[in-house]
Write a protein that binds this ligand. Structure first.
Ligand SMILES: Cc1cc2nc3c(=O)[nH]c(=O)nc-3n(C[C@H](O)[C@H](O)[C@H](O)COP(=O)(O)O)c2cc1C
Ligand code: SF4
Length: 443
């Protein structure tokens, strides 16, 4: 990428400082927005084709347009929950380029005429939240926030709010519950937050990266934005690359960049030149891809066509040494732990997925367990869990079985060869690395 649009801290390391941000075009997007009518700002964002970067890829300008007329107050909430395994892009924006997020929020608030905004940070983001607090104070002092923003008749206050460390609070309606001080569990939809969100009032919820796209769109225009990325997925995207690659990290690239380019050109290839076995393109929440998918373009449509989802673009690469049963158990444990317990398919289903996988992983599984695993995962999906977390919990299980079924079967064979333990052994977490512990060692 010739120039960074979101991670501008890579070009200007001190851009977290207000004066450096201002010297490099900072708050010019807000100034441009304030000269237009709010609905014109929404129209520009709509024309840009920007899609939400929080996972669902919903068109941002369209979402802003859903705010009903004549209902006040309205709110804007920046989703900084960033809890998807392997996602670490919002953190870099907040810590290194916080004013671009604040400016994006201010423009969004002006477009929907909201005078209050919240930034909901995941519970572990204590340091990023402090950086935001400082930047908000600086912006307020300089007249970009507070009463009569930049001399206009528009006023705005932004507050940060720390969650308590629950993955489900990244889901927008659970987030709103949590922000209201209630138990973080999803709400029934409709009504959607645009109609009845925070405190029952119209609310726009956008991801941090989505909002950081707004100032450059206002400064350089929708047409310019559409020159980046693909026709259906315009703009730049931050890809969070991790796993068995030589250079993990955040890579800001045009949407539509191929997986191969991301992994081999930017990520420096796979460690020790090993073969790729599987790729998680959206953290723990979307079906696996394999080495056959390396030429898939990383845009929202192409990844769906390949049988998965781009989501928040947290791309975890696994080499040939990865044990897929271990991976499936790891992700299933995550969802069992994070299930909020509100609905039966997810609460009970994730428990049973882990139960069966532990049996297979710890030498107590039978071939019937593989069919049972598949049935439980399908049943969770068919029972229509209350929110998407329930569906997410099934994706690695089902795609693991689709691409690597033989490995599950062999796994059972190998484990049986080690003979059943006389008494069930304590179940030990395999640790944080993707390399399973040696199967020859007693656990
Ligand atoms: C279980 C679950 C977890 C989610 N976690 C996040 C998150 O951490 N951050 C985020 O921005 N969106 C998350 N989302 C998506 C939000 O519900 C929502 O779609 C998003 O914040 C909207 O912003 P956008 O339109 O800018 O993408 C999650 C959704 C689900 C179902
Ligand atoms: S699907 Fe899971 S996380 Fe979502 S409401 Fe049901 S129990 Fe809670």
């Amino acid at each position: 990428m010739a120039e960074y649009i979101i991670l501008r801290n890579r070009d200007f390391p001190d851009i977290h400082k207000l004066d450096v941000y201002r010297e490099n075009g900072g708050y010019e997007g807000l100034a441009a927005a304030l000269k237009k009518k709010p609905e014109e700002v929404t129209a520009i964002v709509k024309d840009s084709g920007l899609q939400g970067r929080g996972g669902a890829a919903f068109p941002t300008g369209v979402k802003w347009g859903f705010i009903p007329k004549d209902v006040f107050p309205r709110y804007v909430v920046a989703n900084a929950d960033e809890s998807e395994p392997g996602t670490f892009k919002d953190r870099e924006i907040i810590e290194k380029n916080p004013h671009q997020l604040i400016e994006g929020i201010a423009i969004a608030c002006y477009a929907v005429q909201a005078n209050t905004a919240y930034i909901y940070c995941r519970g572990e983001f204590k340091y990023p939240a402090r950086i935001l607090e400082e930047a908000i104070q600086q912006a307020r002092k300089a007249g970009y926030l507070g009463k009569n923003v930049m001399g206009s008749d528009f006023s705005l206050e932004i507050y940060t709010h720390l969650g308590a460390g629950a993955y489900i609070c990244g889901e927008e309606t659970a987030l709103l519950e949590s922000l209201e001080g209630k138990l973080g569990q999803p709400r029934q939809r409709p009504p959607f937050p645009a109609v009845a969100g925070l405190y029952g009032k119209p609310t726009v919820i956008n991801n941090v990266e989505t909002l950081a796209n707004i100032p450059p769109i206002l400064i350089r225009g929708a047409e310019w934005y559409r020159t980046i990325g693909t026709e259906k997925s315009p703009g730049p995207k931050i890809f969070c690359l991790s796993g068995h690659v030589n250079r993990p990290g955040n890579y800001e690239l045009p949407l539509g960049t191929s997986l191969r380019e991301l992994i081999y050109e930017h990520g420096g290839g796979v460690r020790e030149d090993r073969q790729i076995k599987a790729i998680l393109p959206a953290g723990a929440s979307a079906p696996l891809l394999t080495a056959e998918h390396l030429d898939v373009a990383l845009d929202y449509e192409s990844v769906v066509a390949a049988g998965s989802m781009l989501g928040s673009a947290s791309i975890i690469v696994m080499d040939e040494t990865t044990d897929m049963v271990w991976l499936t158990l790891k992700t299933s444990r995550f969802f069992r732990h994070e299930s909020c317990g509100k609905c039966t398919p997810c609460r009970e289903g994730t428990y049973w997925l882990v139960n069966i996988l532990e049996r297979i992983e710890h030498g107590q599984g039978t071939r019937e367990d593989i069919a049972l695993l598949e049935r439980v995962a399908n049943q969770i999906a068919l029972s229509r869990p209350f929110c998407l977390l329930g569906d997410f919990a099934t994706t690695v299980v089902l795609s693991g079985l689709k691409y690597f079924r033989e490995e599950y079967e062999n796994h059972i064979g190998e484990k049986l060869a080690l003979s059943f333990p006389a008494h069930p052994q304590p179940l030990v977490e395999s640790g944080r690395t993707a390399i399973p512990p040696s199967r020859d060692l007693p656990r």
